[in-house]
Design a protein around this ligand. Structure first.
Ligand code: ADP
Length: 404
């Protein structure tokens, strides 16, 4: 079964065509700056990738280009659109309605629209992607996969904020989490690497990319996660501040004369590694500058690792122990220095990094020392495959079809 995975952002449309049974990527690409005069389209696998200047006024135009490049041109992947059996859409906010992936119908579309209040840019973009598919591929079944659904298992003591209860009742203000598809994928793969049932394990999963989040997964069930009502909460990130004293927000608004939208922008786009270092949101640049003696870059680096360390400690306490800590995304998978700093000093908790394994490159692997009670595992995330797999499973519900 070939599934087209769509991840629509406010000005971008990322996609992958995946053959689910063969676990094979057939094509991928991204339409960027959709809606602007500088829009362009990258399509194809690695060496076959082509970059096309293409005018895309909206997601509808972008979708038409995507479909065209799947069946025509130098990097075509299939002979005809009939070879796309289904579409899986990534949706950021599923609110209280969706604790799992679902087949898209009018009711699901209406609920995604209603939830746009909680994730304005993201859910509206996803709807544009859904409508574009409905127009260009009528009759092809579509599935919605939500970033939040994995965290619908959180208990109220973890998802409620200690604010007046009426705010929860009126506006559904609570923790929803994000990156759920990634945390679900890496927890399943970690259990496979450990060769133990997920239901027997206490895991802490760390998605450390530009956006960062950490989850506590107790016997296969998510019990806490660092992102909150929005993906701004929790860890220090590339440009996001993560958790800060909430009193800072009105203070800065008053003294800097900022509107709610401006202070939101400051916390989402000008903070984190970028805000502290003044150099970049990219950890590689911050690392290089800190090694060259830049003190603010060094501070940013130290704050980032400390922020991860604090969550690891608190989730060990939440679960009463941990069997394995799982790392993924750009920083988690690639940055040996950051991993060394995160795990430094955790020996008393039974967490010992193997320096040599930490330096080696590879795919899924353990990097903890033989003597470490807690395993440390790297799992490259694959949210697109998870979306394709959910789509396959929903469309085969009630049949004997199963994936290896
Ligand atoms: P996104 O959230 O945009 O998908 P990624 O998962 O690609 O982010 O992660 C981006 C981050 O990973 C950047 O901060 C980048 O510096 C960092 N990163 C990527 N490769 C390396 C590397 N080899 N060493 C250190 N950091 C890296």
């Amino acid at each position: 079964m070939n599934v087209l995975v769509i991840n629509a952002g406010s000005s971008s449309l990322k996609y992958q065509l995946v053959n689910v049974e063969q676990h094979r990527l057939l094509a991928k690409g991204i339409c960027e700056r959709v809606g602007s005069a500088e829009s362009f389209h990258k399509h194809g696998l690695d060496e076959n990738e082509v970059v096309i200047d293409a005018k895309m006024a909206d997601h509808d135009d972008a979708m038409a280009l995507v479909l065209e490049s799947l069946v025509e041109g130098p990097a075509k992947a299939i002979d005809s659109l009939d070879q796309i059996d289904a579409v899986g859409h990534r949706i950021v906010q599923g609110g209280k309605y969706f604790d799992r992936s679902v087949l898209i119908d009018d009711d699901v579309i209406a609920k995604i629209d209603e939830l746009a209040e909680l994730a304005p840019l993201h859910n509206k973009a996803a709807l544009m992607g859904i409508h574009a598919c409905l127009k260009h591929m009528p009759g092809v079944p579509m599935v919605a996969v939500f970033d939040t659904s994995f965290f619908q298992t959180l208990p109220p003591k973890a998802y409620m904020y200690p604010l007046p209860y009426e705010l929860y009742e009126k506006y559904a203000i609570r923790k929803y989490g994000a990156h759920g598809t990634s945390h679900r994928y890496i927890s399943e793969r970690a259990a496979a690497v450990l060769d133990e049932p997920l239901e027997d394990l206490k895991l802490i999963t760390c998605h450390l990319g530009n956006g960062c989040s950490i989850s506590a997964i107790d016997h296969g069930v998510a019990v806490d996660t660092s992102m909150g009502l929005t993906p701004l909460d929790g860890l220090m990130m590339g440009t996001r501040c993560g958790a800060i004293d909430p009193a800072i927000v009105p203070f800065v608004m008053e003294h800097e004369n900022l509107t709610p939208a401006e202070v939101n922008d400051l916390m989402n786009k000008k903070s984190g590694l970028l805000g502290i270092s003044g150099i970049s949101n990219d950890l590689r640049s911050v690392r290089d500058a800190s090694e060259a003696g830049n003190e603010r870059a060094q501070l940013a680096y130290d704050m980032y690792s400390n922020s991860v360390k604090k969550y690891i400690g608190s989730y060990i306490a939440v679960m009463g122990g941990v069997d394995a800590i799982v790392l993924t995304a750009g920083v988690g998978e690639n940055c040996e220095k950051m991993r060394r700093m995160i795990f430094a000093g955790l020996q008393p908790l039974g967490i010992i990094l193997d320096e040599e394994k930490n330096r080696q490159r590879g795919f899924e692997r353990e990097i903890s020392a033989e003597s470490s009670q807690v395993k440390i595992i790297i799992i490259p995330t694959n949210e697109e495959y998870m979306i394709a797999r959910d789509t396959f499973e929903i469309l085969h519900e009630g049949t004997d079809a199963a994936l290896a």
